[in-house]
Design a protein around this ligand. Sequence first.
Ligand SMILES: [Zn+2]
Length: 391
Amino acid sequence: MRWIRRLFVLIIVLAVVGLALIWTVVPGWIESGRNTVAEHDPYPVSEEAQALHDSIVVGDWHADSLLWQRDLLKRSERGQVDLPRLQEGGVALQVFTAVTKSPMGQNYDENSAEALDNITLLAFAQLWPIRTWDSLFERAMYQARKLQDFAERSDGAIRIVRSEDDLDAVLEARENGEEVLGALLGIEGSHPLEGNLANIDRLMEAGHRIFGLQHFFDNQLGGSLHGESNEGLSDFGRAVVRDLMDRPVIIDLAHSSPQVVEDVLDMTDFPLIVSHTGLHSHCATKRNLPDELLRRVADTGGVIGLGYWAEAACDDITPAGIAQMAVAAVEVLGDDHVSLGSDFDGSVGTAFDTSELPALTSAMLEAGLSEEQVTKIMGGNMVRVLRARLD
Ligand SMILES: [Zn+2]
């Protein structure tokens, strides 16, 4: 019988070692393979560009940094965003978006809502609170809590922006030379509502102000750009949009099916955004909505955020490549409707991280955009839309 006992002990030891590995090494290992920055020589930044960059508001509509097991107050070798790198990049405003469900085998063409969920595995591997393991709502609340914790430990370097007053305070502090980051919270897809309109209040109390409607799969609100149905808004989706209309929040159409985008355009009369995308005429992938729809989003007074990864920008994802996309976007949409929406830390490979944003300013000037246009794209337009919607 002794061998049975030994076998039993061996199994327990292996299980403990396995869990220890899952809870320590695996999360970092997963992220290292997902949020990559290609090796590169330093990008050129002209003196003129650095001076402009230092004088303007730089803002980004979309980063998924809260998904990963990292202390964002410390500079990391992994990923593309943390506080030290945001400060080095001169970033004033950063939206942190809560990803709550992502289908295994995720792709831009077609995903099933029933597929095994990567975030369940990530929540377990990163030892998120047990309540998050089977609740998308709790995952959105938990990621908001994470940002609050970072803000509380940051000695005032991170302030969460929930209102126009908060926004003004951050911009004023920066004008007085304080290196303050205004952080906004959003959800990537409104499945964390779990079908319950009352959860909008709770998400807003936690600080969420940017509401994406879909992510990679069709949800209770309607069709995804990468789902199976291609449908527009469901009855519940319409109820959510109607509810959000009267609230000081921004509606984000990134990842929504073209029909959902049209339905929301028909229902609303305020600035809308597509937080992270490319332009179909510049880069003809499934990920990028037709120009015509983006033009209608621009017509609301809204913006699209330019993403820095291959399927949004095509070929060249260096600062010079993103600058070319900016030029194309200005041509199609006008310079009042183009913003930044990096998708940093969103399981994307890029060729620069957020500390290198002065190189993007430089590349845009180099590509022929005027100082005024660059000022709008780098953050001015984002501030305008936030002011139009926050209270
Ligand atoms: Zn996304």
